[in-house]
Write a protein of this length. Structure first.
Lengths: 335, 335
């Protein structure tokens, strides 16, 4: 019994992903010794901030049995509108204003999504596709499509606040890691606690696994769906403002097209697309693998023309590994 | 009724032609834009680029006493239907910057059937049968070579450089980079092109790739961007690494996108063409076409289009309207 448990720990989705990540790092490092450096850790952490946050949103929705393809559009509106208001003299330069408006916008669209899905019973893919189109189309029509590339005072202050500054002794380059990296870290801890230790979290798994059974068991299915989409929307708004702060820009189409890579990260991380299964640690590892691959193909010397192909292959391999893992665990459950 | 209209049309045309013929020797003066009914239709009206073009058209009207109409759809996707609605009026000429050349080709054809002169811009690859003439700001090869001239000078002609393109399939971006690289091999043999990288018009991508490439190749001394956001991301990365002034950055962009980095010196200069002058050039060419005075090498009044040339004899005229924007003249190109 004890031996069996240790075995399953060593072959869990998370551990398999970790092996893949380690092997990948060794290959890159052999090819490009400069890879083994504190700089890589900082660069990857910095590059993974948005993806990690978005993946947490997506994970919660998928676990609850849904899917959300509207977060890039919602994020774009959430980052754009505060900058637009400030530009037109209708907002304040403070970070509270920027983040507050962004979160409220995200929350609003999340509420809209949940009404479509939980009340009107529209399939989540179609509902969020509609929301995406409404959000991005409406925003462009109402607010135009300017590029905002200067930060308001409050955000500039955050941009200037770094948690780590590492100066590479060989090159003298300084690598900085912004304080906002704490957001995905804290959010991961909160979400993990929520999913594992609270009735709310257990309820999300239950409605994602078997909606009707959950209803029969007396769970408030509609309420749980509302929570999933509203939480996801509000957190998307927050993440969008993090994007604006770190990239020093807000564009109405900045995030469009990001949904597929985020959903892929979740699935690689062992989140079952049919709902009811998934963990924070797996999702984070999925994000880490994809971010690593995206940010080291140049180091590996893979020509740009091949890079999208290689990313596709790695997503495929990652998904095969985890789906094979799922099959195995289903068998084990039956046995 | 229809026949009557047609007959009237013929009579009118003959009368107009007769009066034109009669007028020319009598006044010995060419007709100007004020004598024609001309429309300028941008890809879309919602962005700063085409607001700048509108300013150009307004300035043209003020200078010449003409009444050229400027108008378009707020979004590029609606350009075709906008153009179609314009055809209800009796225009002498329509100047268009096509958004989706396939979508508007049949409408331009219809315009030509109605006897309207069609002038295009940023559409050198469009089928010559759907327009009368096209005017381009510059030849891509000369434009690209200029970047390398600048980089060669800034770096003293030695060191590694990288090139960014929006997409590996973007014709103009690759022509710029090809020309730059060819010039480098000939004129700056001590320099070395490390590679050409795709950004997907996404500043986040050029930011991450710049950091990755500089980490593994600390001896990169120059960066050339193609899409307007390429050098924005590159400049942010270079600035954060503490390399402002040590890595030379040039490329295509706009003041509204990377003006801040030009001001603080991280970007030495960016190149662009002025949409205001492009608008004027289209009107000039339309008038010349209506007057029947188009020649393979001719002069327009718009800045940068003093000499335009029908290089390949296919009705595509090239000017020399590139503008290099540095900290000194940034204020003049505020778009």
């Amino acid at each position: 019994m004890k031996k069996g448990k240790r075995n399953s720990m060593l072959t869990s989705t998370q551990m398999i992903l970790l092996y893949v990540i380690i092997v990948f790092c060794i290959i890159v490092g052999l090819r490009q010794p400069a890879f083994f450096s504190v700089a890589t850790v900082i660069n990857i952490a910095r590059a993974a901030i948005f993806s990690a946050c978005f993946a947490l949103c997506e994970m919660i929705v998928i676990i609850s049995g849904g899917i959300d393809v509207s977060f890039p559009a919602i994020g774009c509106v959430a980052m754009y509108v505060p900058m637009y208001l400030i530009d037109k003299g209708m907002g304040s330069q403070s970070a509270w204003f920027c983040f507050g408006v962004a979160i409220l916008i995200g929350l609003g669209f999340g509420l809209f999504n949940s009404i479509l899905i939980a009340v009107l019973d529209i399939p989540p893919l179609i509902a969020t596709l509609a929301t995406s189109s409404i959000a991005s189309g409406g925003a462009v029509t109402i607010f135009g499509s300017h590029d905002y590339t200067s930060l308001p005072e409050g955000l500039q202050k955050i941009y200037n606040t770094n948690l780590i500054t590492y100066v590479d002794p060989n090159t003298g380059f300084s690598y900085v890691l912004n304080i906002l990296v704490l957001v995905p870290i804290i959010a991961s801890i909160i979400v993990a606690f929520l999913l594992k230790r609270t009735m709310l979290g257990r309820g999300l798994y239950a409605i994602g696994g078997a909606k009707h059974a959950a209803r029969v068991a007396g769970l408030n299915v509609r309420g749980l769906q509302f929570f999933a989409y509203i939480f996801s929307g509000a957190f998307t708004g927050l993440t969008a403002m993090i994007y604006t702060t770190l990239m020093k820009s807000a564009r109405i189409s900045a995030l469009m097209g990001d949904e597929m890579i985020i959903i892929a990260a979740c699935v690689i991380g062992g989140v079952r697309i049919t709902g009811g299964h998934g963990t924070v640690s797996g999702t984070l590892l999925g994000v880490l693998l994809i971010t690593l691959v995206q940010n080291s193909l140049n180091m590996l010397g893979i020509p740009t023309s091949w890079q999208r192909f290689v990313v596709g292959i790695i997503i495929l391999l990652g998904t095969i590994l985890t789906s094979w893992q799922t099959k195995r665990s289903l068998k084990a459950e039956k046995a | 009724m229809k026949n009557l209209k047609k007959a009237l049309g013929v009579v009118l045309t003959v009368a107009m032609a007769a009066s034109a013929v009669a007028a020319v020797p009598a006044m010995a003066e060419e007709k100007t834009a004020a004598d024609y009914k001309i429309a300028v239709v941008p890809k879309m009206t919602s962005i700063a680029w085409f607001q700048r073009m509108e300013e150009g058209v307004n300035a043209y009207n003020e200078e010449t006493g003409a009444d050229v109409f400027y108008g378009g759809s707020s979004e590029g996707a609606d350009q075709a239907s906008y153009l179609e609605s314009l055809l209800a009026e009796d225009w002498d000429a329509i100047c268009v910057v096509p958004f989706d050349s396939e979508a508007i080709a049949p409408i331009l054809e219809k315009a030509k059937d109605q006897g309207i002169t069609v002038i295009t811009h940023e559409a050198a690859s469009m089928d010559a049968s759907v327009r009368d003439y096209d005017v381009e700001a510059f030849q891509n090869a000369a434009y690209g070579e200029n970047f390398m001239e600048e980089l060669g000078e800034l770096t003293g002609g030695t060191g590694k450089y990288i090139q960014f393109v929006g997409a590996l399939t973007s014709v103009s971006h690759n022509e710029w980079c090809d020309a730059a690289q060819a010039l480098q091999e000939e004129k700056f043999p001590e320099m070395e092109c490390l590679g050409r990288y795709e950004t997907g018009d996404d500043a986040t991508s050029s930011y991450n790739q710049t950091k990755e490439l500089l980490q593994s190749n600390p001896d990169i001394v120059a960066i050339e961007g193609s899409a307007s956001t390429d050098i924005l991301g590159a400049a942010q990365a270079v600035e954060e690494l503490g390399l402002s002034g040590k890595v030379a950055i040039v490329g295509t962009s706009m003041a509204s996108i990377c003006g801040d980095y030009v001001q603080n010196g991280t970007v030495y200069s960016f190149s662009v063409w002025d949409p205001a002058e492009a608008g004027k050039a289209m009107i000039d060419l339309a008038v010349a076409s209506l007057n029947g005075t188009v020649e393979d090498t001719m002069a327009l009044t718009a800045d940068g289009y003093e000499t335009i040339e029908n290089v390949d004899g296919d009705g595509v005229f090239y000017g020399s309207a590139r503008v290099d924007v540095t900290a000194d003249n940034l204020a003049d190109y505020d778009f």
